[in-house]
Ligand binder design. Sequence first.
Ligand code: FAD
Length: 447
Amino acid sequence: MKDFTIVGGGLVGALQSVFLAQRGFNVHLFERRPDLRTADIYQGRSINLAVSNRAWKALRKVGAEETIRQIAIPMYKRTMHDTKGNLSFQPYGKEGEAIYSVSRGELNKTLLQIADTYENTNMHFNARCTDVDLDNKKISFVNDETEEKSTQSYQYLIGTDGAFSAVRHRLMFNDRFTYSQTYIEHGYKELHIEPNEDGSHKMDPNTLHIWPREDFMLIALPNIDGSFTCTLFFPWEGKVSFQSIKTEPEIISFFQVYFPDIIPYIPDFVDQYLNHPNSSLATFRCYPWHYKDSVVLMGDAAHGVVPFYGQGMNAGFEDCFVFDQMLDEYANRFEYFFEAFGKSRKPNADAVAELALRNFIEMRDLTGDPAFLLQKKIEGWFYQKHPDKWVPLYSMVTFSDFSYEYALQKGDYQNAIMAQVMKIPDLANKWDSKEVEEKILHLLSAT
Ligand SMILES: Cc1cc2nc3c(=O)[nH]c(=O)nc-3n(C[C@H](O)[C@H](O)[C@H](O)COP(=O)(O)OP(=O)(O)OC[C@H]3O[C@@H](n4cnc5c(N)ncnc54)[C@H](O)[C@@H]3O)c2cc1C
């Protein structure tokens, strides 16, 4: 009987516990924080994330999809707010396709709850990993509340302890372990829109709201309690930045100029801006993800990405799905399994990291650009007519099973074709014409 020790009971660690417990393995889950099923670690704040196909697929495999769907709000399109409060729309995919806003805390709690129903799972909270003795297969913990220290032996260790992983930190001392951590010039701040008095949402809840402002943006995702969680992605430094907007008059004038239509929805926006923390954003890359046949990294510990494609957790859940799939393949040669797993996932992790960085430019700048919106409209139209010949990049990443690596390459190829199409004179008036269709078909057959 295999024994898995999982460090980090966040989204990926909790799901991975369920996958392993369902296979009958012994699972020992260690989480730094208190048990979020009983402790209010989010201090009443709703923080959400967008769930799409890859996460649903993994949740479905462990039988958790329906439970999570009940706490998920479908968002069928992007709604762009300009500085005058005018709205424009961009569907995410085909009719009926949506990404889903889910509370991070509820999702995590539900997965821990499911994992806890298995007798072969043991959970330990207030257990922060401080060190790993790789050769003697021992792991050390401290309880940050009592300062009590402990050491455990492990057979197999999975590091799902997030972007600042302690397990990965230990692997960094190994020869030829490659690691990089690259911060972007923007950070983020969360703001909250409370529900109406009757509990309803103040804006359309079935859409992801974006206020694209070229070098920065605000987004809002709905919560099931009628509130919205907004995130301001903002440069740390520069003319309009966290550094330059600090005082009450500066904050008021900033919101009046850039986000006037949100002011009535967040009457205390000055207090929220002043009191909510600013957080940084980075891409984390490392390789190899394993140590011999005893330690492996998954989720953000292996590949932390910036959040602009809404794929960090989706990619982590896909790790769990693929891990489970590959377990069968490697059942009789388990000693090669962790290495093979990392090798198969790494190109996809690199691709999603690249896609996420690029999507920031698309969201903050291009979603306000008529030429970009026209291009997306043409791609969506051509996709409906020829789904066997063209799948828009966003759909490949969000609604399909194509690997991230394939999506990135195919997306670049399609973009080069669209650059030619966008040169057609008077395109805005004939974007859905036979001429445009034939041009794309011709370019596809010629390349
Ligand atoms: C602003 C923002 C928005 C995002 N939006 C989306 C989105 O819309 N869609 C999406 O798919 N992804 C999104 N993401 C990414 C997503 O949050 C992460 O990819 C996901 O949380 C990764 O899960 P994880 O379990 O690997 O890591 P985490 O969720 O970070 O969990 C790690 C766990 O390990 C624990 N831990 C840490 N150190 C130790 C230690 N030393 N010992 C024991 N335990 C430890 C932590 O307490 C935590 O519980 C977003 C991220 C950000 C920052």
